[in-house]
Design a protein around this ligand. Sequence first.
Ligand code: SF4
Length: 437
Amino acid sequence: MSTESTESTTQTGSCPEPLPFPVGPDFRRVTRQVAVRWGNRTVMIGGDAPVAVQSMTNTDTVDAIATAIQVKELSLAGSEMVRITVNTPEAAREVAAIREQLDRMGVDTPLIGDFHYNGHKLLTQYPDCAQALSKYRINPGNMGNGKRRDDNFAQMIEVACRHDKPVRIGVNWGSLDQDLLARKMDENSQRSKPWTAQAVMRDVLVLSAVENAQRAEQLGLPGNRIVLSCKVSHVQDLVSVYRDLSQRCDYPLHLGLTEAGMGSKGIVASTAGLALLLQGGIGDTIRISLTPEPGGDRAKEVVVGQEILQSLGLRAFAPVVVACPGCGRTSSTVFQELASSIQEFLRAQMPVWRLKYPGVESMNVAVMGCVVNGPGESKHADIGISLPGTGETPIAPVFVDGQRVVTLKGDNIAETFQGMVESYVQRRYGAAETVDA
Ligand code: SF4
């Protein structure tokens, strides 16, 4: 994490001589802290806990083995909680089996149950499911209307209290509380200058989340077991709604752009929305709702979430590879291939390195295409290589901790550099292991 950001955001006292180039996010919004537990694993959300990354499976929950395997894959990619759909009695019946399978595989990542329409029945009729889940996602907009909705909501909260579980009350643009919307639309029509329908809907989203959270507390659920979210599918709506929500309560907030979309559109839209909020100190846990490409890797949503947090300097998950974009000065693909293979190599090592080499996730590696910015950028990295551009002498200087240590040449530059990165990691981050041995 950037030390600069810490300095600039934690200044207190009477002095303040403003820093010339303040960097880092605004003060983190003060929230209650919610614990999500399974076995010996506890993931804290809110308070002073780091922003947590979560994800969601897209397997049929009835297929317990496939779901457990995907939860494991998402966990290995770094997902700190994984949500699964619980939509039918058949799915609810399999939740405990999924949990047991994960426990057998040594995966203690907390599971979150995603409920709509019939969650009150499923959680009541399948107590093993209620117990195997570490948190329940409740959408008050999908629980019926009027008294029926209130009773169903109360039933889910009662189960959460009985099983000692936290909940996320997640309202969604696509399933707004119709009673509240109608009431607010009526009130709006009485205004001398009525709001736009969009503004009323944003207000209803926020109100619905906060009022349902307050009701859950009245029903006996402690306030430190409630996380809120207001999911929308457009960036500006997301920012507007969460800025408002953040001022109306102190519950931790789950951020995500719902239906973000496929490919670069989904990544860019999610990054734009979440970065604006996180930079403003808003957000305690995130999920990136990418639509996977056919046959694509579900874990990509975890990687994107981690990269957003790491790019903002909020957390570090894996070493960063700084690579130039390439231009007419380098017509070969050698440096593109090296940048890509080093990035993949580093990420593949992380499940082991994370345990073996504490701190390695903050390492910077530079792979540059020519002499223009290559040596300079490589000196700034922990370890960097400057490849030869078109017409340059075919040599590749390597810099370690700012010093030029060797000049590589020949056909095995990529392999040699990868070996040097591995040795650097062992030397710099493996000290604790050597001492213990
Ligand atoms: S470092 Fe060299 S190859 Fe890379 S973008 Fe800059 S000028 Fe182009």
